[in-house]
Design a binder for this molecule. Sequence first.
Ligand code: NAD
Length: 482
Amino acid sequence: MTYNYEESLYINGSWEKGVSTIENINPSDISDNIGNIAQASSEQVNKAIKAARIAQPIWEKTPLETKLNILQKIGDELIERCEELGELLGREEGKSKAEGKGEIYRSGQFFQYYAAEVLRQMGENALSVRPGIDIDVTREAVGVIGIISPWNFPTATAAWKIAPALAFGNAIIWKPANLTPASAIALTEIISRHGLPDGTFNLVLGSGSIVGNELINSKEIDAISFTGSVETGRKIAIATAANFVKCQLEMGSKNALVIADDADISTAVESAIAGSFSGTGQKCTASSRLIVTESIHDEFVSALVKRMGDLKVGHYLEDGIFMGPVSDKAQFDSNFKWIERTKELGGKLAFGGEKLSMKTEGYFMSPTLFVDTKNDWDVNQEEVFAPMACVIKVKDLDEAIKTCNDTRFGLTAGIITQSLKTAAIFKKSAQSGCVMVNLPTAGTDYHVPFGGRKESSFGPREQGSYAKEFYTIVKTTYQKPY
Ligand code: NAD
């Protein structure tokens, strides 16, 4: 399918041009411009907000089965077209064919899950302390939701916000990241064809400083759901608090995978490979710290280094690649600054750390492993967002847990162990929103809550039935029957 990228803002049920365009460069082949993408003006953002305000009560009152069918059809179409749309996503983000397809498939599952959730909206009732009065506790839509999403999971992060927002009767203004607009246009094109009232769903493409800023400072928006960096999240928390606008922030992390003394080596290696390097390391759930107890350290590191030698890096369309390119030049340059910085600090490069040349010019690099690193180094405290992991050697489980928690972030934490006792201690002690035992730190389901602690998250959890905490507002009704 081809798209008219220059007329790709979707406002009040119509496609519009923007006030300017930006190029969308393929990171596997920087001579390939996917299209000149429309950029919205502040006026267009406000036009979308106005349209959403009018559409929202119409959508909220739409019969449940109509809502269910629309969400189901969007989900079905994403799943049917996951290969085609996965390749488009890979072309602009760098994901391999398997990762692109997997992300679109998962996005379809979010719509299917929330289609069913439309019918699961139960209230509560209570006895009153005052005789003769009935109390009902019901939920209503929040209203108009601004959705601001990142480039690393451009379709999935948006889908896990858009689907529940619609299921609970809200209208949406979506601002995706400027690095991945084509997949956003493709998702919007699908959403535009399945019967939502005009204005219920709007796509405004553009920079954070213009389009994002307009959304987060608007008094006409009822809530902002954001996924992205801590730096931007903090700005959003401040801007929305000033207007008492509800906000939900899912941000960065510095996740650790602990390899305990009794770990099965192959489980440890495969979990580290998947957690640290899949998605080219550009995952909020990536295992960027590998905390390894001393008695297993050397065996684990040599097995991991050997396995890293099998990982094929290449153009997103190449068969059998494990890792595509880094998403853009800024991230690519930043990754090599971190590599130099870790060397300066005294880290020992055990694998990778190189730029790779392919047939096409792109942002290719090898998966990278440092050993002999310390947890208090900035590389182990800041989110690096690269296919790079740092090994931190510790004495025992106690020190491993302390090190794992010694971070301002808290999204996921994992442990590899064959001991039920060690797993139980870790599950209770890890200061993170998600805990993985004998699994990579990355990789979650779609029907259970997802989110973190400390600076990784702010506000109610996303996903599963927990999403209703953000996308609905509670009403308590007291009624005297006569
Ligand atoms: P980012 O914060 O730079 O941008 C995210 C979005 O915010 C983009 O759409 C951007 O245009 C917008 N934005 C930027 N400045 C803004 C402003 N002043 N006002 C309003 N909007 C603004 O993040 P990114 O680089 O796109 O994504 C990577 C980050 O996302 C990483 O930190 C990663 O850990 C995080 N992430 C978190 C999760 C999670 O669920 N916790 C999932 C995926 C990614």
